[in-house]
Design a protein around this ligand. Structure first.
Ligand SMILES: Cc1ncc(COP(=O)(O)O)c(C=O)c1O
Length: 357
């Protein structure tokens, strides 16, 4: 069997959720969209359900997957509904949803649910992706509050640059949010992972941690709070072939690596079809049988190559960690000009094994 696998540490997931709640101090909506950032939404939601205040997903399809798996906790549709017809399913499955545009309010007005909807009214405080503009927010809130079939309303916004700790954009977004929502005295929801980890003065009633649940830091380098996260996913595979090469020998497609010394090259069963990034530089970190090592050469579809020259005991069957406890996914992301979000979500084809403790 192909030795590639992803180990998912559910105890680490719970540890990270508790850290999110400790930092936010109140309720935390565990964001499990995109199949829990590649970790498996149903398994992660089940592991968190005993303590999670609720779950955040991108769309009704993701919410229904959780409901069908028996998840009974509140589920919020972070992008709301895409068409009015979804309101019937929202009612049937008792979902919460974000309201981010006037057309959605028109649709809610026409609905007649048996039980009032819980809605999170989103302010566009500067991200300019979803949400009502500041000048329209009050009127939208008024309309919703006048509807007998709208129950609780939570005021929310989303930060665009909270991962940039010396950027004043987060402060500006927060100031606008406070100004627009101050008089409404609604429950609030502000923090994503970078805000929870890096902006201790930002406090809403509900935080919305995603990335940090999975043990990845949104920041480059070390960070005193983010360093308390425990990695959840370890992606590893095995060495399936070993080559002894002389000096000046090219390795792999495009001769992207040429040996400068007599070298032992190991071939690992992992490639870009698994979601590992194709264009990583020579020297990208891996761990070979638990020791730091280097990827060399271009990543192929199903294989990649590592330098075993300084790993004399490694050989066929040796275990190579691509990311996990030793190669942190955010460090790998920084080395190959992508993000931990993208690396985690891109993983596919690699079977997942869940570890409870
Ligand atoms: C509205 C909203 N809230 C929270 C999150 C979670 O963000 P993060 O993964 O940075 O914690 C996301 C993710 O993109 C989001 O879109």
């Amino acid at each position: 069997m192909r030795p590639a696998r992803a180990l998912i540490d559910l105890a680490a997931l719970r540890h990270n959720y508790r850290l999110a709640r400790e930092l936010g101090g109140r309720k935390a909506l565990a964001v499990v969209k995109a199949d829990a950032y590649g970790h498996g939404a149903v398994r992660c939601a089940r592991a968190l359900e005993p303590e999670a205040d609720g779950f955040g997903v991108a769309c009704i399809e993701e919410a229904l997957e959780l409901r069908e798996a028996g998840i009974r906790a509140p589920i919020l549709l972070l992008e709301g509904f895409f068409e009015a017809s979804e309101l019937a399913l929202i009612e049937a499955h008792d979902l919460w949803f974000v309201v981010q545009a006037d057309w959605q309010i028109d649709a809610i007005e026409r609905a007649r649910p048996a039980k009032p909807f819980t809605v999170w009214l989103k302010l566009d405080s500067g991200m300019h992706r979803l949400g009502l503009a500041a000048q329209n927010y009050g009127a939208a809130l008024h309309r919703l509050q006048a509807m007998p079939h709208v129950g609780e309303v939570v005021a929310m916004t989303h930060f665009a640059r909270a991962d940039e700790l010396d950027c004043d954009r987060t402060g500006q977004q927060l100031a606008l949010f406070n100004q627009v929502c101050a008089e409404a005295s609604l429950p609030t929801s502000l923090e994503n992972s970078p805000a929870l980890l890096g902006w201790p003065d930002v406090h809403g009633d509900w935080s919305r941690p995603g990335l940090m649940l999975y043990g990845a830091s949104p920041f480059a380098g070390t960070h005193p709070v983010a360093d308390r996260l425990r990695p959840v996913m370890t992606v590893e595979s095995g060495i399936i072939s070993v080559r002894d090469l002389g000096v000046g020998e090219p390795v792999g497609y495009g001769a992207r690596f040429v040996t400068r010394r007599p070298s032992r090259i190991g071939v690992v069963a992992m490639g870009y079809a698994d979601g590992y990034p194709q264009f990583v530089p020579n020297g990208t970190p891996v761990a070979i049988d638990g020791r730091p090592g280097d990827l060399v050469g271009r990543v192929s579809m199903d294989m990649l190559t590592v330098d075993l020259t300084d790993h004399p005991t490694a050989g066929l069957g040796s275990r190579v960690e691509l990311w996990g406890a030793q190669v942190r996914v955010h460090d790998l992301a920084a080395r190959c000009e992508t993000s931990a979000y993208q690396l985690l979500c891109a993983l596919k084809r690699v079977p997942r094994t869940y570890v409870e403790e």
